[in-house]
Design a protein around this ligand. Structure first.
Ligand SMILES: NC(=O)c1ccc[n+]([C@@H]2O[C@H](COP(=O)([O-])OP(=O)(O)OC[C@H]3O[C@@H](n4cnc5c(N)ncnc54)[C@H](O)[C@@H]3O)[C@@H](O)[C@H]2O)c1
Length: 349
C-alpha cells in the first residue's frame, strides 16, 4: 500500500513509519516545526520515504500530493497548556488540518486513521456515592473516577481538547465513503519525544531534572492519575486500523493500558530507571487545562479485535528514561519559563 502519514516525522510518526516501512511505500506531510524538531533535517532524513514539507491546514498542499491508498493523520499542535493562549493556531491546524485530511481521503478513496486524544473527555467519568455516573468535574469528594468509554459525554477542559472534539466531528461525513478510524490515545511515551519542547509532557520535564540532579517537581500532592501507554502499542493499533474496510460511521477507539498510575508513582518509576536515582518535591500550582484523572476503558478495543497493549505503564516509563537519557534536549529552565508564561497570562492557580 502507499500510505501518507501527516506529522510522520514526529514522535508517534517515526515509530509508526519504522513499523510500516518494510511492507509499504510511505510519504510524510510534515511542517517540521521548530517546537517539535531540534534538528528538522535529521527528522526529515530519518523518515523512510518521501517527505513533503508543508502545512496540513493549507488546502494547496493537499492538492499537490500523490494519490495514496491510506492516510494516517497525526499532524497537530499538541500542547494542552499552550493551546490556552495560542487558540487560533491550535484551531486552524487541528480542525482545518483534519477536515482537509478527510476531504483528501474521500477524494482518493483512501482509508483514514486519525489521531484524536483522551483530552476530549476532560475530567472524564465519575461514579458518585449514590452509584450515579457523572461527566466532567467531580461533584463530590467521595465520587470515584472511572475509566473513560468512547460513548461518554465529551467535556474537554482545554482548547486542545476542544479542537480534537471538533476535528472528530469534521470526519463524520467522510466515513460514509471510506473507512475512518479515530483513535483517542492516553499519554503516549517512548524514545524520540521532543525533549526540548516544554509542552511534550511531564516525563520530558522529569527527564531534564533527573539529568541535572534536581528534584522532580510534582504539581500538587501527586494523587492525580494518568494512563501512560508505550508508543509501540499505539503504532500497533494504527497499523491494525489500516486494514479496516467498513464504512458508515467512524470507529472510535480508546488507546491506553487501561490502568491508572498516580503522579507520585510516575515520578517513582522515572527515578528508579535513572542511572543516579533522584528525588521529588511537591509544588503548589495548577495549570489551566490540567485534569485530575485519566484512564482508558479498553472494552471496545478488545471487542473489535484491535491489538491490546503489551507494555505496562511502569515499563513504558522506564524504557523512556533509559533510552532517552543520552538524547539531546533542553535543560529544565525551559519548563520553568513555560510555567512563568502561563503565570503571566493568569493561566495558573
Ligand atoms: N504524544 C501523546 O501523548 C499523544 C496523546 C494523545 C494524542 N496524540 C496525538 O497524536 C498525534 C501525534 O502526536 P505526536 O506525539 O507524535 O506529536 P509530535 O509533536 O511529536 O509530532 C507532530 C508532527 O506534526 C508536525 N506538524 C505540526 N504542525 C503541523 C502542520 N501544521 N502541518 C504539518 N505538520 C505539522 C510536527 O512537525 C511533528 O513532526 C497528534 O495528533 C496528537 O494530538 C498524542
Amino acid at each position: 500500500m502507499r500510505i501518507l502519514i501527516t506529522g510522520g516525522c514526529g514522535f508517534i510518526g517515526q515509530h509508526l513509519a519504522a513499523l510500516l516501512s518494510a511492507d509499504h511505500d510511505l510519504v510524510a506531510l510534515d511542517l517540521l516545526t521548530d517546537q517539535v524538531h531540534l534538528d528538522p533535517e535529521v527528522a526529515r532524513q530519518r523518515f523512510p520515504g518521501e517527505v513533503v514539507v508543508g502545512d496540513v491546514a493549507d488546502a494547496d498542499i493537499w492538492a499537490g500530493l500523490p494519490t495514496v491508498d491510506a492516510v494516517v493523520h497525526l499532524a497537530a499542535e499538541t500542547g494542552t497548556a499552550q493551546s490556552m493562549y495560542e487558540q487560533d493556531r491550535y484551531r486552524r491546524v487541528n480542525i482545518e488540518g483534519t477536515r482537509l485530511a478527510g476531504l483528501a481521503a474521500s477524494r482518493w478513496g483512501a482509508s483514514l486513521v486519525s489521531l484524536s486524544s483522551r483530552a476530549v473527555y476532560g475530567e472524564g467519568r465519575y461514579r458518585t456515592s449514590f452509584g450515579e455516573v457523572t461527566f466532567g468535574a467531580r461533584d463530590s469528594a467521595d465520587a470515584v473516577p472511572e475509566a473513560s468509554r468512547e460513548d461518554d459525554r465529551l467535556v474537554p477542559v482545554s482548547v486542545y481538547g476542544q479542537t480534537k472534539v471538533d476535528a472528530e466531528l469534521a470526519l463524520a461525513q467522510v466515513a460514509n465513503g471510506v473507512p475512518v478510524t479515530i483513535l483517542r490515545p492516553q499519554n503516549v511515551v517512548g524514545h524520540g519525544q521532543a525533549l526540548h519542547n516544554p509542552y511534550t509532557g511531564v516525563l520530558a520535564a522529569f527527564l531534564a531534572r533527573l539529568r541535572e540532579g534536581k528534584p522532580l517537581q510534582i504539581y500538587g500532592d501527586g494523587h492525580e492519575t494518568r494512563d501512560f501507554v508505550h508508543v509501540s502499542d499505539v503504532a500497533a493499533v494504527i497499523a491494525w486500523a489500516l486494514g479496516r474496510t467498513a464504512t458508515g460511521e467512524p470507529l472510535v477507539l480508546n488507546v491506553g493500558t487501561g490502568t491508572r498510575t498516580t503522579l507520585v508513582d510516575i515520578a517513582t518509576h522515572a527515578i528508579a530507571a535513572a542511572p543516579h536515582g533522584g528525588s521529588f518535591e511537591h509544588v503548589e500550582v495548577k495549570r489551566a487545562g490540567d485534569i485530575e484523572h485519566a484512564c482508558a476503558d479498553l472494552s471496545r478495543l478488545r471487542s473489535v479485535g484491535a491489538p491490546e497493549p503489551k507494555t505496562s505503564s511502569a515499563d513504558a516509563i522506564a524504557d523512556f528514561i533509559t533510552r532517552s537519557w543520552a538524547a539531546p534536549g533542553a535543560d529544565s529552565s525551559v519548563w520553568d519559563d513555560a510555567l512563568d508564561q502561563l503565570r503571566r497570562r493568569g493561566l495558573t492557580r
